[in-house]
Ligand binder design. Sequence first.
Ligand code: SF4
Ligand code: SF4
Length: 204
Amino acid sequence: MYGLGVLKGLGITLKHFFRTFSDEVKWSAKGGRYYNDDALAVRQSLKTEGAITVMYPEEKLEAPERFRFVPFLVMDDPATGQKAGKDWCTSCGICAKVCPPQCIWIERGKLPNGRPKPEPLNFYIDIDICMNCGYCAEFCPFDAIKMDHDFEIASYDRSAAHIHDKERLSKPISYWRSIAPGRAADEEQARIEEEEKKKKKKRK
Ligand code: SF4
Ligand code: SF4
C-alpha cells in the first residue's frame, strides 16, 4: 500500500510524543522526571522514554553499543608497570586504503634486516577529516581498529591536537569490552572458532 512507510514513521513519532507526557505523569508521584536522581538514572540510560531535554554537559546520555565516533587502535592490556600493551595492528594498510576521505597515515615498522615489521611505528588519523563511517573498523582483518564512543574531543587547536597519533589512538582491549560488551564477546567467539578451524586444518 502506498504511504504505509510514511504512516509507520508518523506512528513512531506519535508514540514518542505521547510517551513524553505519560513519562511525565509516571514520575510526577516521585518528584518529577527532572532533578530527581532515580529519574535521572533512567533518563540517562537506554530505557528512557519520550522526548527529554538533556542538560549537557552536566548530564550525558549513555551511548548505545553501535554508536561510532572517531576510531581508536586496540592493544593488549598493558602488563603491570607498563604504559602500553602489544598492538593488534599489523600495519597491513587495508584501513588506509578503504578510508573514503583518506585520513589515515601509517608509518610501518622495519626489522633490523630492513624487512617490514608487522606492527606500526606510528599511525595517524586526521580526525577533522574522518567522517565516522566505520569502514576502517569493518574491513580490518585483525579487529585492531574500533569506533570510539568518546565524542568530547573539541579543542581550539586545529593542527596537532586534531591529528591523533598512535599514542593517542591506542586503547586497551578492556576499554573496548567496557563500551561494547556484546560486540566484543561476539568477536572473541569468532576469533576462537577461527583458531580452532586453523588448528584442525593443520592436524589434517
Ligand atoms: S588497523 Fe587493521 S586494517 Fe589498519 S593497518 Fe592495522 S591491521 Fe591493517
Ligand atoms: S571512520 Fe571512515 S573516515 Fe574515519 S578513519 Fe575510518 S574509514 Fe576513514
